[in-house]
Write a protein that binds this ligand. Structure first.
Ligand SMILES: *[C@@H]1O[C@H](CO)[C@@H](O)[C@H](O)[C@H]1NC(C)=O
Length: 162
């Protein structure tokens, strides 16, 4: 039992030591931060949702607007970037993540096809055509809010740790 525990601890340490985030910050000022098995970066440039999505994809090969599949991953994600949030630059509290109903008729999906969700309450997002078609996360609670995609928010990008 003790041996097994020790082996598990060593394996965990080994994993931590072996993975890293890309070093480039992509010019936004905030570095990639490792959390779980992914790296997250708060991009502190208020942008429309589609521009945020495109900007993430240009930051690093395989990078995309952040997506999550579980409470644990959401927890990792928002803990990783919340110290980087700068409300003098971002002007709003919400940060775009990779969730939208664009292209699927008012059904919200993560851009990687996942269906995890953590809306702040049953009234989020507002289900009216072309009203709140994109999703943003609160860096304080980890809960999600719908917002018009044309609004400009800072955003969170993700790339796999390497
Ligand atoms: C999900 O949202 C709730 C509020 O609706 C929040 O209290 C909770 O911390 C969020 N969960 C995660 C994993 O971020």
């Amino acid at each position: 039992m003790k041996t097994l525990l020790l082996a598990t601890v060593l394996a965990t340490i080994g994993q931590l030591a072996l993975t890293a985030c890309p070093s480039s910050s992509g010019g936004s000022g905030a570095p990639w931060r490792e959390a779980g098995d992914a790296c997250y970066q708060a991009v502190l440039i208020p942008s429309k949702w589609t521009l945020a999505r495109d900007t993430c994809e240009k930051l690093h090969p395989g990078a995309h607007l952040a997506t999550v599949t579980s409470d644990m991953e959401t927890w990792h994600m928002f803990n990783s970037f919340r110290d980087d949030v700068d409300l003098t630059v971002c002007r709003s509290f919400f940060h775009w993540i990779g969730v939208t109903d664009i292209g699927h008729d008012d059904v919200f999906k993560l851009i990687d096809g996942g269906d995890y969700e953590n809306w702040s309450s049953f009234v989020e997002p507002l289900h009216k055509p072309n009203q709140e078609d994109c999703g943003a996360i609160s860096p304080h609670t980890g809960s999600w809010y719908g917002d018009p995609c044309a609004n400009e928010h800072c955003f969170v990008c993700e790339v796999a740790a390497i």
